[in-house]
Ligand binder design. Sequence first.
Ligand code: NAD
Length: 463
Amino acid sequence: MNSPNLETQFNTLRNAYKAEPFPTLATRLDRLRRVKALLLDNEAALCEALSSDFGYRSIDQSSFADITTTVKSVNHAIKNLKFWMQAERRTPDFSLRMSGAKTYVEAFPKGVVGIISPWNFPVNLALSPLVSVLAAGNRALIKPSEITPHTSALLAELIAKYFSAEEVSVVCGGVEVAQEFVKIPFDHIIYTGGETVARYIMRDAAENLVPLTLELGGKSPVIVAASANLVYTASRVAFGKYFNAGQICIAPDYLLISKGQLEEFLIELKSAVEHLDSSTGYGDAVSVVNPRHRDRLNDLVSECEADARVVRFSGVNQSDYQLTVVIDPPSHVALQCSEIFGPVLLIKTTGDISDQINLINEGSHPLVIYYFGKSEKEFNRVARETHSGGLVKNEIIFQYANDDLPFGGVGGSGMGKYRGEYGFKEFSNNRAVYKSGFVDISGFITPPYSGMFRMVNKIMRKI
Ligand code: NAD
């Protein structure tokens, strides 16, 4: 660790943890209530900062996606924390049970957790992990994204106002700071961001054997089954690309549909986009975050222009970037393998459900798979024959609104899960506790081994 500030911030948190390694329920609830107060007292300023960072971001979308979703997580934790903190009884092995032994699992704080957050939901993705981290009794050092500097600076200011430096602090800065940050010997790091950086983080964290939760993205597919209602499917896909201008890790990335359904789907998608435009107007829109990302999206599309059908939907009110659909580009283009993360949709025409499952399995495991259709049998096949962090039937994005569901990826889309009780467990040391009973049975396994030992050894295999 080179930066003196970073070192001081971390040591302050580490010493405070050592002085109070197991905060009481009351202390944890107080910290959670302060997260809620920070959000509700400063909602207008946070939404304003978010809009400045994006160029434009609907105040209502920010209020819902960054403030409400996080407050909901705080409420859920406050309601359930007492139960999560209770030790979980476990059944000892038969012979040990007979001796009166007792076993249970008790969650202890890990210590100081590093939170590295991205730009797309800069408040929620910094503070929602914080809810789980604080519920589990830890301290936290947050490194928010440099791509949203107004929001990150405001978060730093507000955290310093609502929390002491012994509880939570924020360090702002770019890649150099981030690289220093991951060299700190944290007790755990949660990183939300892209896959390439995740590889660097894993390498650096390995030096100190720091456990990681990696919340990554990837290409989340939408399966359109033969039985799908195309009007409904198109309206949900349009929403997924409209909300936050599709800059969401769980936004639909590519869509698998039969050739026979394609034209009708495009007509319905056009009408869904027009409906969003006419009923909302620019006030409810969100911009692509910066020129670099706009150029990135343009490059993804223009590479396909010569060899694929490209459809641009004319109503531009939904964001400063028209929803653009690219159909069946060649396999070598970047759009086929890079995460889109914006208002561009890749469509691949396919055969039946077996073909769709095979296509999904050719790529790395997505964060979520969306299935649109009426067949429970097909849905169950998708569940059993693919891997993904989440699986959703006939909806887009709404799974994130559930604090009682774990959130996270698998393989290329990440590792570890958080939110709700899963988050509490992720940031806890779930310690195995064994208390010996009133009968001393150690004589059975202590040499010299007798006939009794050999008999017990054989019996133990049968029970
Ligand atoms: P970003 O550029 O804001 O980076 C994320 C964080 O990583 C920032 O705080 C940044 O400073 C830090 N960082 C950059 N370089 C680093 C390095 N070398 N070492 C350590 N930290 C470093 O955001 P991004 O990566 O563009 O985020 C978009 C990606 O995040 C997408 O792939 C998206 O799918 C994914 N994402 C995932 C989730 C999820 O919950 N699974 C949520 C949102 C976004």
